[in-house]
Design a protein around this ligand. Structure first.
Ligand code: ADP
Ligand code: MG
Length: 241
């Protein structure tokens, strides 16, 4: 895959505040984050640290209270809802703790859904869905329904759905959180393999063993993001912080 000088994700001074009645929660405090093409990044932090809020902004699902965000060089916060969802659909793949497969659709049709939403033709879709299912080792399960698969297999199907559109960025929110440790390892092996093949991946997790699989590690605590010393070598030269 070709490396570009433009970062996939470039956030500056991002803050996020939730207001519930009289209570203000500062979910993110002045977060700076740059992620280049081909990186495999983990954000480690306890429950409530702000990890999902960070992915919500990164994935163009939510707008911050303050700050700037460029996605692949484009001002992601200046887009209207339609443009943001088109960019999200084309460029970002999501993996969730709870898989979020549609129970009434078989695995093939679950993985096909993002391509349908983009209006891609049937032949091309069929080819891409088969390829994505092969990459996650589920070719033989295409006509199974989610409830007929193990948790690990369901998460592999969800990963196939995340990558079928060849996104610029894959965002995974506690992807092993509902899996036993063996299945969780399998899912992380798969994400590591996708990264080795060129995908840019961000995993957020509270699990140290999961985070340790990434090449670059950041810690999130109380809405503040801290780069782990020793993994900053994963950054291009001249980018000290
Ligand atoms: P994490 O994913 O690390 O567990 P979150 O980003 O979900 O953390 O939450 C960060 C903080 O923001 C927490 O204190 C949480 O309670 C609060 N929060 C998250 N979502 C909402 C919401 N919709 N309304 C109010 N507070 C929220
Ligand atoms: Mg969360």
């Amino acid at each position: 895959m070709q490396r570009t000088a433009i970062p996939v994700l470039d956030m500056h001074g991002i803050s996020m505040v939730y207001r519930t009645g009289l209570v203000e929660t500062h979910a993110l405090r002045d977060v700076d984050l740059r992620i280049d093409e081909g990186e495999f990044v983990a954000v480690l932090g306890p429950s409530g640290a702000g990890k999902s809020s960070l992915l919500g902004i990164a994935g163009l699902l939510e707008a911050p209270a303050k700050g700037g965000y460029r996605f692949c060089g484009e001002d992601a916060l200046g887009l209207d809802d339609g443009a943001a969802s088109a960019l999200r659909c084309r460029s970002i793949g999501f993996v969730f703790q709870g898989f979020h497969l549609i129970p009434d659709l078989d695995i093939h049709n679950n993985v096909d859904l993002p391509l349908r939403l983009r209006g891609i033709g049937a032949g091309e879709r069929r080819r891409r869905v088969r390829e994505a299912l092969a990459r996650v080792g589920l070719e033989a399960r295409a006509r199974h329904f989610p409830a007929q698969l193990s948790g690990g297999q369901q998460q592999r199907a969800a990963i196939a759905r995340a990558i079928v559109g060849r996104p610029r960025l894959v965002l995974a929110d506690e992807p092993t959180g509902n899996l036993d440790s063996r299945m969780g390892q399998g899912v992380m092996d798969l994400l590591a393999g996708l990264n080795a093949a060129g995908s840019t991946i961000v995993v957020v997790t509270h699990d140290v063993a999961v985070a340790a699989r990434a090449h670059r590690l950041l810690h999130m605590i109380d809405g503040t993001l801290i780069e782990f010393p020793g993994t900053a070598g994963a950054l291009p030269a001249g980018r000290g912080r």
